[in-house]
Design a protein around this ligand. Structure first.
Ligand SMILES: [Fe+2]
Length: 357
């Protein structure tokens, strides 16, 4: 033991005074700090009091509280403190019993100095190792906890940042779709109202949150192809002639061309290309029929038509909600998918935008 190390503290418990004294002398001579106790009760009180010892050396057989009782107490309450038991006879059964009960070692009385000191050194080294391992374990646990906290914090920050980014993203797309609507004042707010209704209807039909995002983007951008059409045609205060009609009908394909350049929007391409298809197959641009038309486009088609009918146009005034709903019902199975017409009316999707015009 070097001078810089604190003295190891050893508790010696034996009911025979002679043995206590010999053990105490021998251990003090080695530089250990020793406390001698006579009774098991005293030892339990001393250890239970929070007194710190690096080693307990205890006799087994004692009147009252025995060495085995003290060993059990120490193992349960001070598991890092090694215990060396003293036994009066060489008795394999007792040796097995004390080792099984958690003693680090045992010595047979009379204990010689030659046996005592190496056994004590070994037990103390073991105790130090146990403490070191325990400290490592605690440090490791604290580190793990800190790490988990950090991960949680970062995850939270990241999800907040993502939520903000999502808002910015959708706002950017709204600005873009709004700028198309500037070309045609009669459709101002149309894309956003389509977004609100398509989102609601798609949610009612069981689409996931991620897919609902796509409905938002698809609805906002469904008429983006109109950017390529002369605003004099879009704003013409009279029915269009066949050539003008043909031109207007190119907007789903132009929209598809614009949007398909952005890989993030690949999922909304069907909404853009096919939102003017009809359930009976007489729509454009491809004349798709019934379920050939992607469901997302069938949903958009109804909310798009409803909003168009209930908005003023250059060539006519807005229809009432009741009239527009009547037309939607009449067109069930002709222009529109009957199941979606049913959901649109059942879910009262149209009510969401009644105040926003
Ligand atoms: Fe359109």
């Amino acid at each position: 033991m070097t001078n810089t190390e604190p003295k190891a503290r050893i508790l010696v418990l034996d009911d025979e005074e002679r043995i206590r004294k010999i053990l105490g002398l021998q251990l003090e001579r080695e530089g250990y700090e020793v406390k001698l106790l006579e009774k098991g009760e005293e030892a339990i009180a001393e250890l239970g009091n929070g007194q710190k010892y690096d080693l307990l050396i205890s006799d087994i057989r004692m009147p009252g509280v025995t060495g085995m009782d003290v060993l059990d107490f120490a193992v349960e309450h001070i598991p890092l403190m090694p215990v060396v038991m003293l036994t009066g006879v060489v008795d394999i059964e007792t040796a097995v019993k004390v080792m099984r009960s958690g003693a680090f070692d045992y010595l047979v009385k009379p204990v010689t100095r030659k046996e005592l000191i190496p056994a004590v050194d070994k037990a103390l080294a073991y105790g130090r190792l146990m403490s070191y391992n325990r400290r490592l374990e605690l440090e490791n646990r604290a580190y793990q906890e800190e790490l988990e906290e950090q991960v949680q914090l970062r995850t939270h920050e990241l999800s907040e940042a993502l939520a903000k980014l999502r808002v910015v993203h959708i706002d950017t797309v709204r600005i873009l779709s709004g700028s198309i609507e500037e070309k045609d004042p009669y459709i101002r707010g149309h894309s956003n109202r389509c977004r609100i209704m398509a989102h609601h209807l798609a949610e009612a039909l069981g689409y996931s949150a991620r897919q609902l995002d796509m409905f938002d983007f698809g609805s906002l951008l469904h008429d983006i192809g109109k950017i390529a059409i002369d605003s004099r045609i879009l704003n013409k205060p009279a029915p269009l002639n066949p050539d003008e009609m043909k031109l207007v009908q190119t907007h789903p394909l132009v929209g598809e061309r614009i949007v398909s350049k952005v890989s993030y929007f690949s999922e909304i391409v069907p909404m853009i290309r096919w939102h003017h298809e009809r359930w009976d197959g007489t729509g454009y641009p491809d004349g798709l029929k019934k379920t050939e038309i992607p469901l997302s486009a069938r949903i958009l088609s109804i909310v798009d038509a409803f909003d168009a009918m209930t908005s003023d146009r250059a060539y006519r005034l807005a229809l009432s909600t009741e009239r527009a709903l009547g037309i939607i019902r009449d067109e069930s199975g002709l222009q529109f998918d009957p199941e979606i017409v049913e959901a649109f009316i059942r879910e009262k999707t149209f009510e969401l935008v009644l105040d926003s015009k």
